[in-house]
Write a protein that binds this ligand. Structure first.
Ligand code: SAH
Length: 257
């Protein structure tokens, strides 16, 4: 069944060099490039996958962005977690529809969008008011306004404590996750899972040392390496360049008494 593009939704335009542009469709608006423009009205009502031509002859393919496309293109203040790590975080945190998750810090909302899309209910703690605004905007832009019913972000310092208990999961992307561990021990339900993303291995080691002092089991730290391949006929080899490093993922489960 076809689902034509409508005003207000975001589309991704790809040029012949695979460059990507994220555009919000608006009646009467124009998408401008170095070689002419495309009226949005040409796209509105068209099916995904359509190819459009600018006034000066350049061709663009048009699709709805995937979550991964959106994360790479969305407006950001803080550094976001990349799709390479976002996918594994969903598994490590074992996110399920209705899971009650405490997330901190919220940053630009890339991780929030991913957790919400998997059906989680998020309480977010973030110390910067401007990031809260941005994260909400990004989440809403990709998932729509209804999702804000299960996305509650507070301007709070997570090192100072977590209000409430019975959380299923705690997912952290902030500089000193070990400072959150004592609070996680009361806020998480028994069997609950903590996952922390840290750019540096010394952060992971400090976190692991703190987890080892408490009622935690199944602790593990991993990194995700992703290597693309160049495939062109018989010329098949790994890409020359790869992303060498993003961050480490540490996870553990809280045990009961
Ligand atoms: N995971 C986010 C990026 C988070 S960047 C994403 O994918 O978009 C780290 C964030 O942690 C920043 O926004 C920073 O303001 C926030 N932060 C740092 N220390 C904090 C603390 N003690 N409590 C709450 N938030 C904190």
């Amino acid at each position: 069944m076809s689902r034509p593009l409508v005003p207000g939704e975001r589309v991704l335009l790809l040029d012949s060099k695979q460059r990507r542009y994220l555009v919000t469709l608006e009646e009467g608006a124009e998408f401008h490039t170095h070689s002419g423009f495309v009226p949005h009205d040409t796209l509105i009502g068209a099916d995904e996958g359509v190819t459009v031509t600018t006034t000066r002859g350049s061709r663009y393919r048009v699709v709805r962005p995937t979550l991964s496309d959106f994360v790479l293109k969305m407006p950001r203040g803080a550094q976001v977690i990349y799709p390479k790590d976002l996918g594994p975080i969903l598994m490590l945190a074992d996110v399920f529809p209705g899971a009650r998750i405490l997330e901190s810090g919220v940053g630009s909302g890339a991780l929030s969008t991913t957790l919400l899309r998997a059906g989680a209910e998020i309480t977010g703690y973030e110390i910067r008011a401007d990031f809260i605004t941005r994260a909400r905007r990004n989440v809403e832009a990709f998932l729509g306004p209804e999702v804000l019913d299960r996305y509650h972000v507070e301007e709070r310092d997570c090192y100072e404590g977590i209000e409430g208990d019975g959380y299923d999961r705690i997912v952290l992307d902030l500089p000193e996750p070990w400072q959150v561990v004592p609070h996680a021990e009361t806020a998480l339900a028994p069997g609950g899972i903590l996952v922390a993303y840290t750019p540096s291995i010394t952060q992971a080691a400090t976190l692991r040392a703190r987890l080892a002092e408490g009622p935690w089991s199944f602790a593990e730290t991993i990194e995700i390496l992703q290597r693309g391949w160049h495939i062109d006929g018989q010329a098949v080899r790994p890409d020359h360049r790869m992303v060498g490093h993003t961050g480490f993922l540490t996870h553990a489960r809280l045990m009961g008494n």
